[in-house]
Design a protein around this ligand. Structure first.
Ligand code: FE2
Length: 345
């Protein structure tokens, strides 16, 4: 071998070695690589069950923020095959940046109702969470508040608590009010809610239950699964907060639209190198086994209407869900944010 060729071969060997080291956590084989906004405690049991069933190895990068930018910067070199996240607003960020691949799957289409997945197959809802009305067990009578609309009733003046309006959970709720009543009425509603606040919007969802426990407010807005998590928390204080409240799924009347829901969901990345494994993972996540795990681990509801709800959810049971196409929440999010800014939520 002449010297030049030898140098060339060495360079390639070095490059390959670097590639192997760089990708050590993403070794080749039957595997799927996941970028997850969802926490490890929540996702790992799903992935263990998936590997046990399919033999496909999973590798996960967890981060609460910055994964979309990372995926975008990595471009075609990204090792990621699947993105898992919560809230349609966050899924839409990936879809809008063109970071997801179109997926064709009979299983996904048959299992997930049309309003909970992207029409073109770029993203799929995998579990459901509702934004509920939390009320003081002591100071609010059963049936005194039943609808989101009631939160703006002057009757609740000085009695309502919420986290800041611009959090994605609240933005989606406002978007659902816009979808139902139009922009002007939704704004009037938001203004009414703000006028009823007992304190400046602050804290996370659990902090609102704490405020009810402490007597700062009587009614609050929070996601339903926090109730389950606090009830079963190993922190005694959180159990006290949960025990101070009841949760009300909004708008359950026979002619009403049902409670506002959002999704956790996922999509396959545009440059996935393990696309069929990635689709298998999404398909597994809507199987009865996994749909039940969402309930067991995080008190979330199945997207598959045929899956019976997990025993963990039977404490408060099933409820009627708003069937608004979930994509509308993302489309209306900018308008919702403008309303939130205008009313000072
Ligand atoms: Fe949450």
């Amino acid at each position: 071998m002449n010297f030049k060729i030898e140098q060339y071969v060495l360079t390639i060997k070095y490059a390959l070695l670097t590639l192997v080291i760089f990708n050590s956590s993403f070794a080749l084989g039957a595997e799927v690589n996941i970028y997850s906004h969802r926490q490890a405690f929540l996702i790992n049991p799903f992935l263990e069950a998936f590997t046990a069933k399919t033999g496909i190895k999973t590798n996960v990068v967890f981060a609460s923020k910055g994964l979309a930018q990372r995926l975008q910067q990595e471009g075609a070199n990204s090792p990621a095959d699947v993105v898992l996240t919560v809230d349609i607003a966050r899924l839409s960020v990936y879809a809008d940046k063109g970071l997801f691949a179109k997926v064709e799957s009979q299983i996904l289409n048959d299992t997930i109702p049309e309003h909970l997945r992207d029409k073109e197959g770029f993203w799929y809802g995998l579990s459901l969470r509702s934004r509920v009305i939390a009320v003081s067990k002591e100071r609010v009578q059963k049936g005194e508040i039943n609808k989101y609309e009631d939160l703006a009733d002057p009757k609740w003046k000085g009695r309502v608590c919420s986290r800041p309006g611009s959090h994605v959970y609240n933005r989606a709720l406002v978007a659902s009010l816009i979808a139902t009543h139009g922009e002007a009425k939704a704004e009037a509603w938001a203004r009414g809610v703000v006028a009823n606040f007992a304190r400046r919007p602050q804290g996370n969802d659990r902090a609102q239950a704490k405020a009810i426990f402490q007597g700062e407010c009587d009614v609050a807005i929070m996601n339903h699964y926090y109730y389950g998590k606090m009830l079963k928390s190993d922190k005694m204080a959180q159990r006290d907060w949960a025990n101070a409240i009841s949760i009300v799924f909004g708008n359950q009347g026979a002619d009403d639209r049902g409670a506002h829901v959002n999704i956790s969901g996922g999509g396959v990345t545009l440059y996935s190198k393990n696309k069929s494994n990635a689709i298998k993972l999404l398909e597994f996540l809507v199987s009865d086994e996994a749909q039940n795990l969402y309930g067991k681990i995080n008190y979330e509801y199945p997207v598959n209407p045929a899956t019976p709800i997990a025993p963990e959810l039977k404490i408060w049971g099933d409820f009627k869900k708003d069937s608004l196409p979930i994509s509308r929440l993302a489309e209306l999010a900018p308008k919702a944010q403008m309303i939130i800014d205008r009313v000072g939520w």
